[in-house]
Write a protein that binds this ligand. Structure first.
Ligand code: HEM
Length: 356
């Protein structure tokens, strides 16, 4: 009996090889599909990241977007005011350590600071229970596009022309005309000249999230950090120094800590949570949840933020993603960028351009 069943188990050796072969082909097929090789017109994360590289070059070891930046460290002092709408430990009264990163958008790690009107601030909070909250914010309350597809098309439109080395204004104009959702962003940027430094800018989550309270109820929110340092527009003299942003912040931190208030804005019923191009009306309830305090900065080449992926979907219990389609696309894109840059770092060492 025993030898018979063994014989039948091994009876059809070719069948077993065929089954293994089929499984391998299916697996390879799903990888090929995920990578977009079978459907070249389908938008994949790899195409988005390749397009960043086509626009700005591939700079080994650097983020594919927001490549130029610096690391910071400090803490968040929660006053407990947001604890009624989220059970996340970070919003209970008390102190949570943070590491962060300031940057400017774009894939060129040597871009002059004045080349873009936007600055960014990413934060990683580590709660006492070990859970983390990561957020990557920009200095505009709205984003230029609503969907990942539009984001990709915008990158394509902004690709530098091979003859001039600059984006073709006609292509950008055509993209904007075909995508009127870009207007609120453009109007906002026109009406709000960039701040003179990193410390006197406000930074916004832009995407909506959900806070979950102790009873399990969800509250649609956006958050921002608003500076204690008064806003002043960028000075034309400053613009001549390509690295004025980091130099100025390093100098400020030599003389003391730099602070922002963490403001949570609650949506009213019906406010859009899936459209990052639209602001909510200004009368929405705002909760000042506490103070973000920065104590020191360090170059990103060896600072604590270098190997952090500020994926905005890494959230502690008490904070969840919304139905904004950009969030999943961001998570996937940051992961591919992270994989490429940390692999390059492992192969060639940390980025050699000395960044402020
Ligand atoms: C589909 C839309 C988006 C794509 C594909 C995208 C892509 C990327 C990529 C690839 C990185 C580099 C990540 C890394 O290597 O760690 C990055 C960084 C960043 N993005 Fe986005 N992004 C998108 C939307 C947004 C939005 C809506 C915001 C505004 C809140 C934003 C803010 C940032 C910030 C602040 C960083 C720098 C994070 C850091 O300092 O490490 N992005 N983005």
């Amino acid at each position: 009996m025993k030898s018979k069943s063994r014989a039948s188990a091994t009876g059809c050796v070719p069948c077993r090889f065929a089954a293994i072969g089929a499984a391998v082909v299916a697996l390879a097929g799903s990888f090929a599909y995920a990578a977009g090789w079978l459907t070249p017109s389908r938008l994949t994360t790899y195409r988005i990241i390749d397009q960043f590289q086509a626009n700005a070059g591939a700079h080994a070891g650097y983020r594919r977007n927001h490549a130029k930046g610096l690391c910071v460290e400090g803490y968040f002092d929660s006053n407990g005011s947001a604890a009624s709408i989220t059970r996340a430990q970070v919003f209970a009264p008390g102190r949570t350590p943070i590491i962060g990163r300031f940057a400017i958008p774009g894939g060129n790690p040597s871009a002059p600071d004045a080349s873009v009107p936007v600055r960014s601030f990413a934060l990683l909070f580590t709660q006492q229970n070990g859970e983390q909250w990561r957020t990557a914010m920009n200095s505009t309350p709205v984003f230029a596009v609503r969907t990942p597809e539009q984001f990709y098309q915008q990158l394509v439109a902004a690709q530098p022309d091979s003859h001039t080395g600059k984006p073709d204004p006609a292509k950008l104009k055509a993209f904007n005309a075909a995508n009127p959702e870009t207007q609120p962003f453009q109007q906002w940027v026109k009406a709000h000249p960039a701040s003179s430094g990193l410390a006197n800018a406000a930074y916004y989550s832009i995407n909506a999230f959900r806070f979950i309270d102790a009873s399990g109820n969800a509250h649609a929110v956006r958050w921002s950090v608003e500076p204690e340092t008064p806003y002043a527009p960028v000075d034309p003299q400053e613009k001549n120094d390509p690295d004025f942003l980091s130099k100025q912040l390093d100098e400020q931190l030599k003389h003391g800590n730099v602070r922002w208030h963490l403001i949570v804005t609650l949506a009213n019923a019906g406010d859009p949570t899936n459209d990052a191009t639209l602001q909510w009306p200004a009368d929405r309830q705002r909760i000042d949840a506490g103070t973000v305090v920065l104590e020191r900065s360090a170059p990103q080449s060896d600072g604590v933020c270098r190997d952090v992926n500020f994926d905005p979907t890494v959230l502690p219990d008490g904070i969840r993603t919304s139905d904004d389609p950009l969030l999943a696309a961001r998570s996937a894109a940051y992961a591919v960028s992270y994989q490429r840059r940390t692999r390059e770092e492992a192969l060639h060492g940390a980025p050699s351009i000395s960044q402020p």
